[in-house]
Design a protein around this ligand. Structure first.
Ligand SMILES: NC(=O)c1ccc[n+]([C@@H]2O[C@H](COP(=O)([O-])OP(=O)(O)OC[C@H]3O[C@@H](n4cnc5c(N)ncnc54)[C@H](OP(=O)(O)O)[C@@H]3O)[C@@H](O)[C@H]2O)c1
Length: 363
């Protein structure tokens, strides 16, 4: 076991819980009511963020004495070096989310690091392997356990911070494109192209032969979207940007929209879509007024992106691994924070100004 001053060897008389979940729920793909607690024998403690009550950012507490779980037979114990910050983790922390974990818990869905030890039935990973994982909780910590089926090799060409950007964002982008049946040669507007999901969606859509339009709220973010493969970009903070998008399609409209903020944009999205257009609702933070007639006159479809099936997750992660192997999946890391600065990160992810994927570093 790695020796560090914050890890005190303890003789612990009680067991702890490694929280693992079986199925998917909305954009965290977690169903906390199905969460089961696994008893583990433990011998050391670690730094981790703990939440004992739902609420504002102040409920995120940095602890130095959280017990390190032992991996179950099918699990891998990972020394985390980076954890992705996803908006859903703020919704869960605030308690305003349909599926909530039991308290106390350690937040974090996406982690990347090095395998520390493996359970008795794990043969495909070994100590020292570089990996990334998808979790339901537990990434904001020095160590986390993950089911071996949720662990993937992280090649040397990608940093741990990039690894922490791979699960939720890329999986979501893939499932969204799949659900709206986006096809090569179609024009897809990624409405919110500068954040974790947006950059992932650009890379997928471009690799799959679509014409890719993206929006962002800053010139720096838009430049990054272009560098990552968008053909044209538009500033969603500037008035008249929707007209510019329409003009870019010769007034035809776009085939597909991947929408990151439906409560703001869905009404206009329906106007922007062409005949047989589809909009994927990926992100939403409230209610919105739409004119349903638009869907009738243009045979439009509004498709929600949530409650992923196991098959969708499996397929999406296979696509992610394929894109990594082929070299065209390369996450763009934006703001990085030390784990200790998690409250700042949770504030910033909601405030906006995305520049790629926001990540917590766990050196
Ligand atoms: N359904 C799911 O399974 C699922 C999974 C992952 C994420 N999500 C949701 O999808 C959204 C994006 O997630 P993320 O991880 O990419 O977050 P992020 O990294 O914080 O990025 C947020 C994105 O939204 C953009 N945005 C801000 N205002 C906008 C507006 N008025 N119109 C269009 N876009 C706007 C931001 O652009 P600027 O900052 O440049 O203005 C940025 O591109 C969040 O709402 C998240 O909860 C859903």
């Amino acid at each position: 076991m790695r020796t560090r001053s914050s890890i005190h060897l303890l003789s612990v008389l009680f067991a702890t819980c490694a929280l693992q979940v079986a199925t998917n729920e909305d954009d965290s793909s977690c169903s906390f009511d199905l969460m089961k607690a696994c008893r583990s024998s433990v011998s050391a403690v670690m730094k981790a963020v703990r939440v004992s009550e739902f609420g504002g950012v102040s409920v995120l507490k940095m602890k130095e004495d959280v017990i390190i779980p032992s991996p179950g037979p099918n699990e891998v114990l990972v020394r985390v070096h980076a954890a992705g910050v996803n908006p859903v983790e703020t919704y869960i922390r605030s308690g305003k989310y349909p599926a909530l974990p039991n308290l106390p818990y350690t937040p974090g869905n996406d982690a990347a690091g090095v395998v520390h030890s493996v359970g008795s039935k794990v043969s495909q990973f070994k100590k020292g392997d570089r990996v990334f994982t998808q979790l339901c909780t537990g990434a904001y910590a020095e160590f986390t356990t993950a089911d071996q089926n949720s662990v993937f090799d992280l090649p040397e060409r990608l940093s741990f911070a990039q690894g922490a950007a791979l699960s939720i964002p890329y999986r979501t982008a893939y499932v969204a494109l799949k659900r709206v049946q986006a096809r090569a040669s179609e024009t897809v507007l990624i409405h919110g192209a500068t954040g974790g999901v947006g950059i992932a969606a650009i890379q997928f859509a471009r690799a799959y032969g679509m014409t890719v339009f993206g929006t962002g709220g800053s010139s720096q973010g838009l430049e990054m979207a272009l560098q990552n493969g968008a053909h044209k970009v538009f500033n969603h903070k500037e008035s008249g940007y929707l007209d510019l998008i329409r003009e870019a399609t010769n007034d035809d409209g776009v085939d597909v929209i991947l929408e990151m903020l439906a409560n703001v944009n869905l009404g206009e999205d329906l106007k922007l879509l062409k005949m047989d257009g589809r909009v994927a609702v990926i992100g939403n933070r409230g209610t919105v007024e739409i004119n349903p007639r638009e869907t009738m006159t243009k045979r439009l479809a509004i498709i929600g992106v949530g409650r992923f099936t196991d098959e969708e997750v499996k397929e999406a992660m296979a696509a992610v691994v394929g894109g990594i192997d082929q070299g065209w999946i390369t996450p763009l890391v934006g703001k990085e924070y030390l784990l200790e600065n998690v409250t700042e990160a949770h504030r910033d992810i909601i405030d906006g100004n995305a520049r790629g994927k926001m990540v917590l570093l766990v050196p």
